[in-house]
Design a protein around this ligand. Sequence first.
Ligand code: IDP
Ligand code: MG
Length: 158
Amino acid sequence: MAMERTLVLFKPDAVQRGLLGRILTRFEDKGLKVIGLKMRQFERGLLEQHYAVHRERPFYPNLVAYMGSGPVVALALEGKGAIEVVRKLMGKTNSAQAEPGTIRGDFGMSFSNNLVHGSDSPEAAARELALFFPAPGELVTWTPANLGWVYSVKEELS
Ligand code: IDP
Ligand code: MG
């Protein structure tokens, strides 16, 4: 499995409800490496681009308005198969149907206000990371002290 990078957003409901720490802990506890982190109230144009694949969907106008309604935290994560790992930790889009144990399953009830975004493919991850972390140096290359314990050095890191 390849080392991947993926974009996570803590949506305005996660910020307003004071869930940033608990949600970030899910990702850290799993062994994913944080390589970028920022809080902004993002501009409408950027959010429209981010969700451009959903432009024709009925929920699109509300989605863009909600994502621009307050501060959002953008997080870049790295790990083996990180894109799918993050999607699994998030749970199903409709929080009411998301499995207990997932972020949406444990903290949410809503379809739209579902706390987190995670890229859904390598192509989406590359596009979204470039949108939210455009400047050189915004993503940090570093080696966690416990990397050789999170993964098998012989089987997974060489
Ligand atoms: P995802 O976030 O699980 O990848 P997508 O289908 O990519 O889900 O939809 C993007 C976001 O749009 C969702 O996270 C949710 O906030 C919102 N959304 C998607 N489908 C609906 C819907 O049917 N009703 C209301 N909001 C929706
Ligand atoms: Mg999606």
